[in-house]
Design a protein around this ligand. Structure first.
Ligand code: HEC
Length: 104
């Protein structure tokens, strides 16, 4: 009985480690789209200039539309700024993102 419980605990620990590893690699190996977000969009959208985009579950199309058209003080981004494939990557990345720690 004792050994069954020990094995069980190990499995839980292994699962926790595995999920940590996934998170770490997603952060250390960002896609081009995620990098563009960090370099460009986050300068406004994580600085209180534009609304927070992370963790809102907005559809990818929304990010693509705003990026291509701009909105008020936000500039429009042309295909020479960010190509369609990279923008789509960025949009999917944001759509699937979770809110940063501490954000409401
Ligand atoms: C120069 C600062 C700036 C940059 C850079 C910028 N934005 Fe914005 N963004 C804004 C502001 C300000 C608003 C609010 C616009 C308004 O009120 O009309 C906004 C609005 C948005 C919205 C609508 C959000 C909402 O809740 O209404 C989306 C989506 C968006 N931006 C996506 C992006 C993406 C994707 C990028 C990078 C490709 C980006 N933005 C880069 C300033 C910026």
């Amino acid at each position: 009985m004792k050994s069954v419980r020990a094995a069980c605990g190990l499995a839980v620990a292994a699962a926790a480690l595995a999920s940590m590893a996934t998170t770490a690699s997603a952060e250390t190996l960002p896609t081009k789209g995620a990098q563009y977000y960090q370099k460009v969009c986050a300068k406004c959208h994580e600085a209180g200039i534009g609304p927070l985009l992370l963790g809102r579950g907005l559809p990818p199309e929304t990010f693509i539309y705003f990026a291509r058209h701009g909105s008020g003080p936000m500039p429009a981004f042309r295909t020479t700024d960010i190509d369609d494939a990279t923008l789509k990557e960025l949009a999917v990345h944001l759509s699937n993102s979770s809110a940063p720690a501490g954000a409401k």
